[in-house]
Design a protein around this ligand. Structure first.
Ligand code: GDP
Ligand code: MG
Length: 178
């Protein structure tokens, strides 16, 4: 059966956006390979990985993940990645207010140019660095609510909330009627 219409085997294009250095690639590698590599390389342009997640109700969701580079010089390419995406993860670093501002820029971009029914997650990564926190969970939560996103704090380093992030997205995906 065609996976686009099979309600038991969903498939979604997912894009990660956010400032360079916030941990987008590490989040993806943690989810896909279960690893954290502190020497991971800077993403050039964008990279693609896929991973299938099995849910408790025996549905599976295949994530087709586009991990973008955060650098300004690639910003013009971003629409290529979020076009047709069913879900987006906008990442900031909880120790960096600049990265939270940049996340808000990406949210506006998605609202302007993305699909209106796109599922959007706001992710505060590097939660293990809580001693250096400079973005409060409450501010981020409020921002997310106003913008119809769900909010979660993660650590790609410790794996905290990484699976939960993708599970939450999976649960929110529209189920095709059989
Ligand atoms: P990207 O540019 O958004 O893809 O960021 P990377 O995934 O390349 O990560 C940038 C840097 O942040 C690397 O040095 C990572 O080791 C580090 N990093 C990523 N995630 C975490 C995390 O959850 N905790 C900590 N402490 N460092 C992280
Ligand atoms: Mg990267």
């Amino acid at each position: 059966e065609n996976s686009a219409t099979d309600p038991k085997n969903l498939r979604v294009k997912l894009v990660l956006l956010g400032d360079s250095g916030v941990g987008k690639s590490c989040i993806v590698l943690r989810f896909v390979r279960g690893q954290f590599d502190p020497t991971s390389k800077v993403t050039v342009g964008a990279s693609f990985l896929s991973q299938t997640l099995a849910l408790e109700d025996s549905t599976t969701v295949k994530f087709e993940i586009w991990d973008t580079a955060g650098q300004e010089r690639y910003a013009a390419l971003a629409p290529l990645y979020y076009r047709g995406a069913g879900a987006a993860i906008v990442v900031y670093d909880i120790t960096s207010p600049e990265s939270f501002n940049k996340a808000q820029y990406w949210v506006k971009e998605l609202q302007k140019h993305g699909s209106p029914d796109m599922i959007m997650a706001l992710v505060g990564n590097k939660a293990d660095l809580h001693d250096n926190r400079s973005v409060s969970s409450q501010d981020a939560q409020e921002y997310a609510e106003k913008n119809n996103m769900f909010f979660i704090e993660t650590s790609a380093k410790t794996a905290d909330n990484i699976n939960q992030l993708f599970e939450e997205i999976a649960k929110r995906l529209p189920r095709p009627t059989p």
